[in-house]
Write a protein that binds this ligand. Structure first.
Ligand SMILES: C[S@@+](CC[C@H](N)C(=O)[O-])C[C@H]1O[C@@H](n2cnc3c(N)ncnc32)[C@H](O)[C@@H]1O
Length: 315
């Protein structure tokens, strides 16, 4: 589930006169007050500390969403797997969610496929002859995006079997057999792939250090990390509690550690990644891109293994 700094707002009681007497349950409100002070002091800005990888993010539907044909029973199968929380077109006019959610998926779809293409180019590689793994694949959409790009094999896994049923429906519908799906806790993964997709997962765990070490060990070329980030200009993790583990897009615990932008960079460096870049959309004069990425409440970084990059990087 996508969240952001602004998500903390809903923890804020209507009237918080001061911090005295504030209960532990109001720690979100207290954090909001602190953020307010940082904002007033002009130090809660979106920092940009990395070279940018600019990728095209058009508004058109990705070609993957155009692959599926209408068929009898499809709508019922989609309904039987609700809630989706994500909007994906499975056949012309047949979607798993609404228009706003579709816009998010389309945006992220182009951002991630652009990052994969450009990352491979910088490493002098093509998807042909390469493998990918999608940690925490949920509906499997991003695994299938990689499969459509032409990777030899893509493995997607997720904590929850209910999500994998969605992934298998998508794989059948898009007719992409090179992607396979299994139920697995990411912390049990021991394999390696050329490209690792670590998307929407880092803010759902309680051991981000181990997750990033594992991501590095699993990567033979580069890893894409797409996550919520907080803007506070410190390298830190913000504790979030009272999470609903019965929700298909949440983590394994009812607590999570969300990284600040600086913590994300430090964590990736500490795990061993070098040549970090931030994946950003090429300018789109037509309209804003995405409410979370635009405000830098969510960011997408790519980290390469030492020696993987053969092109000279900018910056
Ligand atoms: C917000 S969704 C992200 C889905 C997809 N990767 C994306 O970016 O849209 C988080 C997913 O992580 C999965 N997940 C959470 N903790 C996990 C773990 N320890 N191992 C494997 N999957 C996990 C959840 O089941 C959920 O499908």
């Amino acid at each position: 589930m996508e969240q952001s700094d602004s998500n903390l707002a809903k923890e804020k009681p209507a009237d918080v006169p001061n911090t005295e007497g504030m209960s532990l349950g109001q720690s979100g409100a207290r954090y909001n007050q602190w953020l307010g002070k940082l904002r007033e002091a002009g130090i809660l800005k979106a920092e940009r500390l990395l070279p940018e990888m600019r990728v095209p993010v058009p508004t058109a539907l990705p070609s993957l969403m155009g692959r599926g044909a209408a068929r009898e029973g499809l709508v019922q199968e989609i309904k039987a797997l609700q809630p989706w929380g994500y909007s994906i077109q499975l056949a012309p006019g047949v979607l798993t969610g609404g228009a706003e959610a579709l816009e998010r998926t389309v945006y992220r779809s182009h951002l991630i496929s652009g990052a994969i293409r450009e990352g491979l180019r910088l490493c002098g590689r093509t998807p042909q002859g390469a493998t990918a793994v999608d940690f925490a694949c949920n509906h499997g959409y991003f695994s299938l995006l990689a499969a459509e790009l032409g990777f030899d094999a893509v493995r997607g896994f997720d904590l929850r079997e209910v999500n994998l049923r969605k992934a298998r429906l998508l794989a059948d519908q898009f007719d992409l057999a090179s992607a396979t799906f299994e139920q697995r806790d990411v912390y049990t993964y021991e394999g390696q792939a050329d490209v690792v997709l670590n998307l929407g997962l880092l803010y759902h765990v309680t051991d981000p250090v181990r997750l990033m070490e594992l991501s590095f060990a699993a990567t033979s070329t580069f890893c894409i990390v797409d996550t919520i980030t907080y803007k506070s200009p410190v390298s830190a993790f913000i504790l979030r509690t009272n999470k609903d583990q019965s929700h298909h897009a949440e983590g394994a615990y009812n607590a999570e550690l969300h990284p600040t932008y600086r913590a994300l960079i430090d964590l990736m460096h500490a795990a061993g990644f070098v040549d970090l870049m931030e994946v950003v959309p090429e300018a789109r004069p037509d309209r804003a891109c995405h409410p979370l990425y635009d405000k830098s409440d969510r960011r997408c970084l790519i980290g390469f293994r030492p020696g993987a990059v053969v092109e000279r990087l900018p910056g």
